[in-house]
Design a protein around this ligand. Structure first.
Ligand code: ADP
Ligand code: MG
Length: 699
């Protein structure tokens, strides 16, 4: 049997079973995977520069011979190694240096020819290349036979660029004519895209800059298209008629809104109307509400719940932590006190709580009430998704702080009643244009303003030496009868060392620095009951300073807390910092967020700059995306986007949009991908996203 492009990489000439292990480590299993393993950048041999032409500040590529090499250890810093070489071409000589890479000596031998690329610096009076990348020229003709723009791949030390280029080159030669194009001809034509063979050839060995750009566009389009098709198929196959229908004009809801001490913001009203329109339509609602921390999502979700209850349905309201479940329960009970369902047999609304900390007896009782339809609204944690929780008539599912749940957990809750409406809320918003494209199977609403009259939040970063001043600022707030949070990072709540550090810090703070104040401590290892008590005391103003781990990250609402100190801020992610900071600034008072901790990496420094300089959650999400890149950003959200191989949704938003439009057009014409011209696409989808028809692709 001849080898096919979908066969294991080991059948490719020059690979074999042993080497194929190193390919697998790079995620390359088949020959197709190899062709879709893209260069990180290119080495452009067309602009080789004569050494005599170089100037300080240039980024230049030169070709020359090594005429001297020496390595030494710095006398100023022990263990610091400097390797120095002289490179010569027919026009002159230049010095090149590398730091702490003594092994390079094995490659940089006198007489060897190299191409080097790097920045030209001044070193005393002479010019030098500082830590340039280089490539040995052992067989120049071979290297250049495919053109003079050479690919540079992200490789492990098991591979040389030279070997990898050769393998890719021979895979292209042998298989390119047998490649099936996943993009239907019409789609390519309408968008003037290269075919896949031209795309792959020119991404690896571009014949010109223009062709490289076209190849990049073509392959990114393909990436986005394959990503969007399953999402749009899902959306198209959502059942249209539903068993659950709610009344938009709910008297209970109107009473509730009338009883509030504040007025809805314009965007809260708009979003609520969008929700009610969905709920009263015959389409199943799957709506995502984006809105920054503190914009008032909870109360909007509560309105939706009341509309459902008024129409005779039960609501399940799922939140990520026990503390938040209790807070919602208390707040909602307070809101609803005195409200009762209108009508002839007017009766009080029944609200239930379902969390992991319930005693076996209370849990059994709660499960029974849910099953018998005795409770209208149940607020709970993951406990809600357990198998024994069965609703008599579940009509609305609310998922608060969705980013804290996995896709599987959300799905399990949906399965309690597939025709119930679903409302998903997130406080880590992404730009709307991106959201529409990415969460393609959800409808999206955004609450774009905060309630009026909120105080300002100032954010400051302190060096360790300035700790006293930071403590001073906390005391100033406490003197005004306000409350404070001190947040300690716990990467893993079960990691004893981290908890010890938090406990030690708590003892120290309460024994020394803040001995005249009332302190409380909350972390994952403290008994839930104890945590709940501490939280209640803090809310009641009986505790001045709450020392806590990031269990407080989401949802908590204590308006009098106006100062937060975050220890080791460099250890938190950007959106986590933003969520934490969202615990203050929830009233008319000005608030202050103090960050302690030294950034040890460039990324950490950028995160801290971003949080100090931005208050808007949408901006922060954008910064986070920029700092981490789409793979990391979406990867952590279990999103299919981490499967993208070349497309970048941030920088190629317009391509993403066209790909999505084309995907919609295609699914409209061929909802099940049964047409003959769509078979190559169908096969490509099965390879890229195995089982994509069953999987839920919600972000
Ligand atoms: P989040 O969007 O972070 O979930 P919440 O729903 O917790 O925000 O609301 C934050 C605080 O603002 C709560 O105390 C809530 O009662 C209050 N709130 C909500 N909407 C308004 C409004 N329109 N005007 C004034 N306060 C509001
Ligand atoms: Mg909330």
């Amino acid at each position: 049997m001849p080898v096919s492009i979908y066969d294991s990489i080991q059948f490719l000439k020059g690979v074999g079973p042993k080497r194929s292990k190193s390919f697998q480590a790079l995620g390359i299993n088949t020959i197709e995977d190899l062709l879709y393993y893209f260069p990180r950048r290119y080495q452009d041999w067309r602009d080789l520069r004569p050494i005599s032409d170089l100037k300080e500040g240039d980024a230049a590529t030169v070709k020359g011979k090594v005429c001297a090499v020496s390595g030494r250890t710095s006398w100023q810093r022990r263990g610091f190694n400097i390797l120095e070489a002289r490179i010569e071409d027919s026009t002159g000589r230049i010095r090149a240096v590398w730091f702490n890479q003594p092994y390079l000596k094995d490659y940089l031998k006198t007489g060897v020819s190299l191409v080097l690329h790097g920045k030209i610096e001044k070193y005393g009076h002479i010019l030098q290349l500082a830590s340039p990348e280089f490539e040995m020229i052992t067989d120049e003709e071979e290297a250049l036979s495919r053109g003079s723009i050479l690919p540079v791949y992200p490789l492990s030390d098991k591979f040389s660029q030279r070997y990898f280029r050769k393998i890719i080159g021979s895979a292209l030669d042998e298989f390119i004519t047998r490649l099936k194009d996943p993009l239907p001809y019409d789609v390519r034509k309408r968008n003037s895209l290269l075919n896949s063979a031209q795309g792959l050839i020119n991404i690896h060995f571009p014949r010109s800059d223009e062709l490289q750009k076209e190849a990049y566009r073509r392959l990114s389009f393909e990436d986005f298209f394959l990503f969007e098709v399953p999402i749009i198929m899902k959306k198209a196959s959502r059942p249209r008629r539903k068993a659950v229908r709610h009344n938009a004009g709910s008297p209970l809801l109107n009473d509730f809104i009338g009883s509030l001490s504040f007025r809805f913001t314009a965007s809260q009203t708009q979003v609520l109307n969008e929700i009610l329109a969905d709920m009263s339509s015959d389409k199943i609602m799957q709506r995502l509400i984006q809105g920054d921390v503190g914009c008032g999502k909870t109360v909007v979700a509560l309105c939706a719940s009341l509309a459902a209850i008024d129409s005779g349905w039960q609501t399940a309201f799922m939140v990520p932590t026990e503390i938040l479940a209790r807070q919602h329960y208390a707040v909602i009970s307070g809101f609803l006190d005195g409200l009762s369902r209108p009508g002839p047999k007017s009766k009080k609304l029944k609200i239930g709580l379902m969390t992991g900390a319930l005693s076996a007896k209370s849990r059994r009782e709660a499960v029974k009430q849910i099953k018998d339809g005795k409770v209208d609204l149940t607020i709970g944690t993951h406990s809600l998704i357990e198998r024994d929780v069965v609703f008599e008539r579940l009509g609305l599912i609310v998922i608060d702080e969705q980013h804290k749940f996995g896709v599987a957990q959300r799905k399990l809750l949906s399965e309690k009643n597939r025709s119930a409406d679903t409302l998903i809320m997130t406080a880590t918003p992404i730009p709307r244009t991106l959201a529409i494209t990415l969460y393609g199977n959800l409808d999206i609403s955004a609450i774009s303003e905060l309630p009026p009259g909120r105080g300002r939040i100032q954010t400051r970063h302190f060096a360790e030496g300035m700790r006293r001043q930071a403590y001073g600022l906390i005391k100033e707030e406490l003197a005004k009868k306000r409350q404070a949070y001190i947040i300690y990072p716990i990467i893993d709540e079960s990691y004893a060392l981290d908890l010890n550090a938090a406990e030690k810090m708590f003892k120290q703070l309460s024994g020394v620095e803040f001995k005249d104040y009332r302190l409380g401590l909350i972390h994952g290892r403290i008994k839930q009951e104890q945590q709940n008590k501490t939280m209640e005391k803090f809310k009641a103003g009986e505790i001045d300073i709450l020392v806590a781990t990031s269990v407080l990250e989401v949802g908590i609402d204590v308006p009098d807390a106006t100062v937060m100190l975050i220890e080791h801020c460099d250890r938190f992610g950007l959106s986590q910092l933003h969520q934490l900071r969202g615990r203050i600034g929830r009233s008319g008072y000005d608030s202050i967020c103090l960050l302690m901790g030294e950034p040890k990496t460039e990324e950490a420094r950028r995160r801290i700059d971003a949080i100090v300089n931005n208050i808007d959650g949408f901006k922060i999400a954008e910064e986070d995306l920029k700092i981490r890149g789409p793979g990391e950003f979406f990867g952590s959200r279990q999103h299919g986007l981490s499967e993208l191989r070349i497309g970048n949704p941030l920088t190629q938003l317009h391509i993403l949009k066209s790909a999505r439009d084309e995907a919609a057009r295609l699914i409209e014409a061929d909802p099940e991908l049964n047409l003959r011209q769509d078979q190559d696409l169908k096969a490509a989808l099965e390879r890229r996203y195995p089982g994509y028809r069953e999987k839920q692709v919600v972000g």
